[in-house]
Write a protein that binds this ligand. Structure first.
Ligand code: FMN
Length: 201
């Protein structure tokens, strides 16, 4: 097999993803951890939106959201999702497809506690993805939850993380004349070994 060198070196795709993200943190003007998260609704109609990737652990990609949102409904029904990270400054992307489960224990409590008070209260106030009559109605809800939960709100039971455990991770880097480099790590289940393949651009 061809030896992977330079930006593609290494066997562990989580280590590589972390290294690429660290590089992007130095060059992107903002939100280098923003991912376009893709889900599918019950009719098979795809959906996409940005969320922030909060952790690349040894076996999963983690983001946080409202469990009653549209995305959460679609993830919970399918148990699957995909996302892409794209860095214009590096001209690189990482694509991930995988199985999703909730991160709603201690780790979610810890992450929630690390957020600013306004963000913590905002999570309580927003009935994410549901209709809202006006901005004033949202601000009234913020005032209500502030009075109720004070300065040390607990993590809302309807808010937490999702862990995407990949079956496929592709690393893509721009090449001259559209002759890009692509390597994909694939496996058949979450505990199977990786098969690594170079793809045509
Ligand atoms: C850069 C960026 C980062 C975002 N990060 C998050 C996030 O981490 N969690 C989240 O729930 N929504 C985040 N949002 C808002 C989502 O894109 C989306 O509007 C919201 O989650 C509702 O999506 P849904 O109705 O498909 O569930 C972010 C938006 C942008 C533009």
């Amino acid at each position: 097999m061809e030896k992977r060198t330079g930006k593609f070196a290494g066997e562990d795709p989580f280590v590589l993803a972390r290294a690429w993200l660290e590089e992007a943190e130095k060059t992107e003007p903002n939100d280098p951890n923003a991912i376009a998260l893709s889900t599918v609704d019950p009719d098979g109609l795809p959906n996409a939106r940005m969320v922030l990737l909060k952790e690349i652990s040894a076996d999963a990609f983690v983001f946080y959201t409202n469990y009653t949102s549209a995305k959460a409904g679609e993830i919970d029904a399918a148990g699957k999702a995909a996302f892409v990270l794209h860095w214009k400054s590096l001209r690189r992307q990482i694509r991930v497809r995988g199985l999703v489960s909730r991160e709603d224990g201690e780790k979610a409590d810890e992450y929630y506690a690390s957020r600013s008070l306004k963000s913590r209260l905002g999570a309580w106030a927003s009935d994410q993805s549901k209709p809202l009559s006006s901005r004033a109605a949202l601000m009234a809800e913020v005032a209500k939850v502030t009075a109720r939960h004070g300065t040390d709100p607990a993590r809302p039971p309807f808010w937490g993380g999702y862990r995407i455990v990949p079956l496929e991770i592709e690393f893509w880097a721009d090449g001259d004349f559209r002759l890009h480099d692509r390597f994909v790590w694939r496996r058949t289940s979450a505990d199977a070994g990786w098969d690594i393949t170079r793809l045509n651009p």
